[in-house]
Design a protein around this ligand. Structure first.
Ligand code: PLP
Length: 400
């Protein structure tokens, strides 16, 4: 069976993790700090906070910005539940909008139509690793008429003076928009290092801080470091220093720090990310593209255009004119040929919790039509050329 997305593990990763295990320090410490620096340099920002998930990174920014039951947060309907769940955690109103038919990303005209005086945050998702239209989103939140209706309550909201853009870049580490990497394209960005992602720490995430002046991103980093560690003024490593046992709790914070064992996996993965992992993913997508882009039964996804390059995370193939039943039957026939495939994503209104809240898929016709026809093919560095051909053959056979 060809698996869908096994993690990339080499001897160097095992060595780095073993080193952490033998070092006498396994939770947040030097390796996590080094991973933060590595991500910051790679992405092109000054301040990155590593946490135990992208979900935690997204939620901590909503909390820091003071999002609560008075507020609305705009989220694309075509995403993983994490993007919506964090809005529910804050008791804010989840405002779902439809996506573009060509790249599955949030439709900026639909965002514009959804903005009200209560909108505090927009959370675009770089679906499959292909960046959203950040120029359009950034200029939208800076438009005078949009700004005029923004009603800040907290000090952070007053200081920003406009809607915050919080990028859910769970899929898009390394992707570029007009030559700049995701993470540096808006106010704050969350990457996921979950086991199935391009670069993994088993579970983990990174939060890139890129707030405009007069915000002090170094000060925000310090504030969030404490907020994600119970509100404790000293981390566990600092407390182990001679005589430094005493600490204070300055707020009822959260507990979502990254452990050095996890960071060790990420550090070693970074050493081969640009030389091996990403180029191999790109090669695989190009092979799929050759097979499917001119085929009458498929619509191949975009992953490289003049202004944007994907991180090559997912290959979301569409089966032309397929009904949901036909797509499901095709999926089964692919599995029956020992090839694992997947579907990204079941839109939020189709999940029973959100359906129960009254969200209706009929309000999002593009997302509905995309998901009914979508099949994600396996993409990972360990997939051999023969296996890529096996996947292509299985898909072609299943459709015929
Ligand atoms: C679009 C999207 N956002 C957020 C997440 C959450 O990432 P994590 O598991 O690191 O919290 C995922 C995970 O799959 C995702 O696909």
């Amino acid at each position: 069976m060809i698996p869908f997305s096994p993690p990339y593990i080499n001897d160097d990763i095992i060595k780095e993790v073993t080193e952490a295990l033998r070092s006498g320090w396994i939770t947040t410490g030097p390796k996590t700090k080094l991973l933060e620096k590595t991500v910051a340099e790679y992405v092109g920002v000054q301040h990155v906070l590593c946490l135990n998930s992208a979900t935690a990174a997204l939620e901590i920014i909503l909390r820091w910005f003071g999002v609560d039951e008075n507020d609305e947060v705009i989220v694309p309907v075509y995403t993983y539940s994490a993007t919506a769940n964090v809005v529910m955690h804050c008791n804010a109103k989840l405002v779902l909008v439809d996506v573009n038919a060509d790249d599955f990303n949030i439709a900026v005209d639909k965002v514009r139509a959804a903005i009200t005086a209560r909108t505090k945050v927009i959370m675009p998702v770089d679906f499959a690793g292909y960046p959203c239209d950040f120029d359009a989103l950034n200029s939208l939140v800076n438009e005078p008429e949009i700004n005029a209706q923004f009603t800040p309550r907290t000090a952070e909201q007053k200081q920003l003076g406009r809607i915050l853009i919080l990028s859910d870049a769970a899929h898009s580490l390394g992707a570029t928009y007009k030559g700049k990497r995701t993470g540096s394209l808006c106010d704050a960005t969350a990457f996921s290092f979950h086991a199935v992602k391009n670069l993994t720490t088993a579970e983990g995430g990174a939060l890139c801080l890129n707030f405009p002046a007069p915000f002090d991103n170094a000060a925000i980093y310090k504030q969030l470091y404490i907020k994600t560690l119970h509100g404790q003024t000293k981390d566990a490593l600092a407390k182990t220093q001679k005589g430094a046992w005493e600490y204070d709790i300055i707020e009822p914070g959260y507990k979502c720090n990254m452990a050095d064992i996890a960071a060790a996996i990420g550090l070693a993965q970074f050493r081969v990310y640009e030389s091996e992992i990403e180029p191999r993913r790109r090669e695989i997508m190009k092979a799929y593209h050759t097979a499917f882009s001119n085929h009458p039964k498929f619509i191949a996804p975009v992953f490289e255009t003049t202004d944007r390059v994907s991180s090559f995370h997912l290959y979301p193939l569409l089966v032309k004119d397929a009904s949901l039943q036909e797509r499901n039957a095709i999926l089964q026939r692919i599995f029956d040929q020992d090839v694992s495939v997947n579907v990204h994503f079941k839109p939020i209104p189709l999940l029973s919790y959100y359906a129960g809240l009254g969200y209706k898929i009929a309000d999002y016709p593009i997302a509905n039509s995309l998901w009914e026809r979508e099949i994600s093919l396996p993409v990972y560095a360990g997939l051999s050329d023969d296996q890529v051909q096996q996947v292509i053959a299985a898909v072609l056979k299943a459709v015929e």
